[in-house]
Design a protein around this ligand. Structure first.
Ligand code: ZN
Length: 164
């Protein structure tokens, strides 16, 4: 009689996020194609609230949409992207003026990342004493990043329609 010995692989239950220990301060998940979502947390009205940002992996580096809200996660996000994709972040767009989107703009600028907001976002950031981007973009600017072309869609006017 033959004895068959089965080796049961031990599957590590470690979360698939690089640089993460204990309570996750930074979570990264795959969205679709070359797009990933990252989440950081901050305290808002006495509770921990998540804020999502996104990034796009291109042949010529990573494009970041928004910055971490948690100021301790600016560099961990860059490190995680580097170890996960072997790429550096080259561009960063902040989509509105709140801290959950703009907190890291100055830090990323210091790291040599080209940071952008719209003129309107910049005006509001300035008015509300938030971090500001190095560059301003107009609505018709097209950005090229590796194999991708990015065209920002900036807020337009809402024209009320009369229903008769
Ligand atoms: Zn916000």
């Amino acid at each position: 009689m033959r004895t068959i010995i089965l080796t049961i692989a031990f599957i590590s239950s470690l979360a698939p996020v690089f640089g993460q220990t204990g309570t996750a301060k930074l979570k990264i998940s795959h969205l679709t194609g070359d797009f990933y979502v990252y989440t950081t947390y901050n305290t808002y009205e006495a509770s921990q609230v998540p804020a999502n940002g996104m990034y796009l992996v291109t042949h010529n580096g990573v494009v970041l949409f928004d910055t971490p809200w948690d100021t301790t996660q600016f560099q961990p996000l860059l490190d995680s992207i580097r170890s996960k994709h072997d790429k550096t972040v080259v561009l960063c767009f902040a989509t509105h003026w709140h801290s959950d989107k703009t907190a890291g703009l100055e830090y990323y600028r210091q790291q040599g990342i080209k940071t952008y907001t719209t003129v309107l976002t910049d005006e509001l950031s300035k008015k509300n004493q938030k971090k500001r981007a190095e560059f301003l973009m107009a609505g018709d600017t097209v950005f090229t990043a590796g194999q991708y072309s990015l065209k920002p869609i900036t807020p337009g006017k809402v024209i009320p329609r009369t229903i008769s």
